[in-house]
Design a protein around this ligand. Structure first.
Ligand SMILES: O=C(O)CCC(=O)C(=O)O
Length: 276
């Protein structure tokens, strides 16, 4: 059989091929900077939602990225034949470059610049698809806990649901103001170091001040790299699809070193795993 070539990583930072057709208001920008998150009802034309959703469903139906290690279950250790509880594709733009030519992405790039500054650029994307009637939440975490502890960052994620996002199917929840925290202690989900996902160590924080952000399809939430966030399990009859774009203003070496023991545990467990 002819081996299929691994698609190249696209230039996420390239200028969008079209101008934005909507922007954030000064009030929305001020809200984001104060609270560390923002919910917006529409970041793309309504007519584009079915088109993006078709691309998204095709990628998941075709298991795109599995052989490259870009398709996996965020919340569980890999088990042959077991369906993903929280299926994630890293860099869907690599497998469907047409995603990056959409009005959606042109708008998100412009909004990233509004929120972080004119030097901000898009650096990647991912897609998280929760199947219907599945009990897996995406536990509380800060995105920076996944990243390189030797670096410091200023960045954000934009989370775009392609159907309504509700408390029933797993909308985003945030702790307002938590963007100002340090990275708090995390561990691999379920304390299983073979799980790729992370969670805040149980008891390390009281999440009672969290807010839920329900959205229409084609809306978005924005959050900084340290904003605490979570999504509940999908208890609805439909998939809960989210396309996520990541932007940064800077990524540079930290002046003071730090360690993320949770990442060291995951790396050690992977290294000790017998070859498949
Ligand atoms: O979609 C989800 O379940 C979680 C999304 C998330 O954690 C993120 O976008 O940073």
């Amino acid at each position: 059989m002819k081996p299929t070539a691994v698609p190249p990583v696209p230039d996420y930072a390239a200028p969008a091929p079209r101008p934005p057709d909507r922007l954030l208001t000064p009030e929305q920008i001020a809200f984001f900077r104060k609270n560390g998150y923002l919910a917006v009802d529409s970041v793309m034309p309504a007519a584009e939602i079915p088109e993006v959703r078709r691309i998204y469903d095709r990628l998941f139906n075709e298991d795109r990225g599995r052989t490259e290690g870009d398709f996996y279950d965020l919340t569980g250790a890999k088990q042959k034949g077991k369906k993903e509880a929280v299926a994630q594709i890293l860099q869907p733009g690599k497998y469907a470059p047409e995603l990056l030519a959409t009005q959606l992405v042109a708008n998100l790039k412009a909004m990233m610049r509004q929120l972080l500054g004119p030097e901000a650029r898009m650096v990647g994307d991912h897609a998280i698809n929760k199947p219907p009637h599945n009990s897996a939440a995406t536990p509380w975490h800060q995105d920076e806990a996944y990243w390189d502890p030797a670096k410091e960052y200023r960045g954000l994620s934009v989370w775009v649901p392609l159907q309504p996002a509700t408390k029933l199917n797993g909308c985003m929840h945030f702790v307002p103001g938590s963007q100002a925290f340090e990275v708090i202690p995390h561990r691999p989900i379920g304390d299983n170091p073979l799980t790729p996902g992370l969670e805040v160590v149980p008891g390390a924080y009281d999440f009672s001040s969290a807010v839920a952000c329900e959205l229409p399809p084609g809306g978005a939430t924005f959050h900084y790299e340290r904003t605490l966030h979570f999504t509940p399990a999908n208890r609805s009859d439909d998939f809960r699809r989210a396309y996520i774009a990541v932007g940064t203003l800077f990524e540079r070496p930290r002046a003071t070193p730090r360690r993320f023991p949770w990442r060291e545990r995951q790396a050690a467990a992977q290294a000790a795993k017998p070859a498949a």
